[in-house]
Design a protein around this ligand. Structure first.
Ligand code: FPP
Length: 262
């Protein structure tokens, strides 16, 4: 994605002393960055606040990372907001999250419009409370003409559920006679995923130090580079993102082959 050098320079003024921006290779910015936004609850608890305050602070971080990714020319930013397992949380937290998702989408519409951000949802949003679903549909329509960075929000998303759904969609096509079993391949399965048409994540960032995949984009992260930081999501800012990208750029990506250096 094109990026505006002047805007990027202005956005990255005054880096912390450990960051050397001259080593950032703008030709190798990951096309798709994916964030597992973890640690909102612990961030709040550590400050003697209610967990829900952590989620509110997490939204501020998400806003910053959206802007940072636009400035850096990232093609796709995806973020894990609510898993199919998160329904097991206390009802009041689920209710608050659903309310917050709707409110956030409305509050952030001016930013999404200003930055021409395309919005996609990954997951079964038809199962969300009516008010949240309606707001999502309204927001999607408001952003429908955008052509810039894709923001893919995983809400009511589970990697296994996504693969089951894709299998059913393929089976349906076979039954209808529009697809031959022999023609089922990686490309045809990918087309049935919520991420159809998007490049796979190259960099997956997980905050709060957990070394788990948590049922996230199981198919799509086959060759992604992982970056795990102890920082809780509400403290994850543009500089943390730059640290993750610099670490990514230092990796030797081999895709199962041999390094060019060997
Ligand atoms: C994980 O922290 C975070 C979440 C469950 C929610 C994250 C959602 C947002 C930041 C907003 C997304 C906005 C839209 C519009 C979809 P946690 O509660 O698991 O933290 P813990 O592990 O410390 O308990």
């Amino acid at each position: 994605m094109q990026y505006d050098e002047a805007k990027l320079t202005e956005y990255l003024l005054d880096p912390p002393s450990d960051i050397d921006l001259s080593s950032l290779d703008m030709a190798r910015i990951p096309r798709h960055i994916s964030c597992i936004m973890d640690g909102n609850g612990r961030w709040a608890t550590a400050r003697g606040m209610a967990r829900t305050e952590g989620h509110k602070a997490g939204i501020v971080s998400l806003r910053e990372i959206i802007t940072a990714c636009v400035r850096l020319g990232v093609d796709v930013l995806s973020a894990y907001a609510f898993s199919t397992e998160n329904w097991n949380r206390p009802q009041h937290e689920v209710n608050l999250l659903m309310h917050l998702f709707a409110k956030t989408f409305i509050d952030e519409l001016p930013l999404l419009k200003q930055e021409n951000v395309q919005v996609r949802f990954l997951g079964d949003i038809s199962a969300l409370p009516a008010r949240t679903r309606e707001v999502f549909e309204y927001g999607l329509a408001e952003c429908a003409s955008h052509t810039g960075m894709v923001l893919a929000l995983a809400v009511n998303y589970g990697g296994r559920a996504e693969l089951v759904r894709a299998s059913k969609l393929l089976a349906q096509r076979v039954l209808e006679g529009t697809l031959d079993v022999e023609d089922i391949d990686e490309a045809s399965l990918s087309e049935q995923l919520y991420t159809a048409g998007l490049p796979d994540p190259e960099l997956v960032v997980r905050t709060s130090g957990e070394l788990r995949v948590s049922n996230y984009l199981l198919w799509q992260i086959a060759y992604a580079e992982f970056y795990v930081t102890d920082t809780y999501w509400p403290d994850f800012d543009r500089w943390e993102l730059i640290r993750a990208i610099l670490a990514f750029q230092n990796r030797d990506r081999r895709f199962g082959g041999l390094s060019a250096k060997r």
